[in-house]
Design a protein around this ligand. Structure first.
Ligand code: AMP
Length: 300
């Protein structure tokens, strides 16, 4: 078995895997183009690595709905507004590749930052209207523009038919949908349900940085969202938000950053709950130095 390394790969593929691994743009683009010429449909799953069952569920869904699955692993520096978070972001390329091979992935694209952002590369400022001004956008300046730049670039490289994103990052999913519409990319964006631990905590690469006590207490986030769903639509929105806040802040390990109840498509605040008013509750919570986000549809 060849030695795997988190350094840039100098080979285009690893023979021990049934999938191929690329770290350069040109070969992965050519590989996809050849597969498409043979009539194969391509499902694409962009990730930042440190893979868990949530990511693998996306890969498996892409596998069911396409002939071939391409997954990217790239910790995108320009979407981190916090240098410490970028530095501490877990990097586990060797086990990621094994997991992807086991999940039926056909090709992995794992470039380094120089490959994605060569000196003098063009940047762009996107206009997402309100979508990137609220919630995560308010607390993480420039984050979604960095996401949009990398997703657009990855879409241009891979040119998939369908792309799979987790509902766990609900606002990101809506930003990507808007990006595809704005840029007329002709890619079908598919939102996939959040995969959770037995206690309800949404799986996240950042969970590995939680202490045992923080991890145990973090299941309150899920419990608060379930309570919100139970209360909707009979209770006023402010009361539901207060309840979320009370349940989360009751733990000494957790501190709520925001709780919002918004329209799923526009992310406009829902001011009056109602049986016919679609709503999703979105929260961000600090557990020590780790920031966790989660959300839940309230009327499903
Ligand atoms: P990340 O590596 O955190 O950028 O995530 C890559 C993709 O996996 C994104 O589309 C995420 O929304 C999705 N994802 C992350 N965690 C989960 C989860 N627990 N369930 C479903 N999808 C997830």
């Amino acid at each position: 078995m060849p030695a795997l390394s988190s350094q840039p790969f100098d080979k285009q593929s690893y023979t021990s895997f049934s999938m191929v691994v690329f770290n350069k743009i040109k070969p992965v683009s050519e590989w996809v183009a050849n597969q498409k010429k043979e009539g194969k449909s391509i499902g694409f799953v962009p990730t930042m690595g440190a893979l868990h069952k949530g990511h693998l569920a996306l890969v498996e869904q892409a596998g069911r709905e396409n002939d071939l699955v391409v997954c990217s692993i790239f910790v995108n520096p320009i979407q981190f507004n916090n240098k410490e978070d970028l530095k501490k972001y877990p990097r586990t390329i060797e086990s990621d590749l094994k997991k992807l091979d086991g999940a039926g992935c056909d090709a992995v694209f794992s470039p380094d930052a120089e490959e994605m952002y060569p000196a003098g590369h063009q940047t762009k400022t996107y206009d997402f209207g309100r979508l990137d001004k609220v919630m995560e956008g308010r607390f993480r300046q420039g984050h979604f523009n960095g996401v949009a730049i990398v997703v657009k670039k990855l879409f241009e490289i891979v040119q998939p038919h369908r792309a799979y994103f987790g509902e766990k990052d609900f606002q990101q999913l809506q930003i990507v949908r808007s990006l595809v519409t704005q840029e007329k990319l002709g890619i079908q964006v598919i939102g996939c349900p959040t995969v959770r631990e037995a206690g309800g905590l949404a799986l996240s690469s950042r969970n590995t940085r939680l202490t045992e006590a923080q991890r145990r207490e973090a299941s309150r986030i899920y419990q608060a969202l379930v309570k919100a769903r139970d209360m909707y639509p009979a209770s006023p929105v402010d009361q539901i938000k207060q309840q979320i806040s009370d349940l989360i802040n009751a733990s000494p390990e957790l501190e709520l950053e925001y709780a919002e109840i918004v329209c799923p498509d526009t992310l406009l605040p829902v001011t009056r709950s109602g049986r016919n008013t679609s709503a999703v509750a979105c929260v961000a919570v600090h557990a020590g130095k780790v920031r966790l986000i989660d959300n839940m549809y309230l009327n499903s």
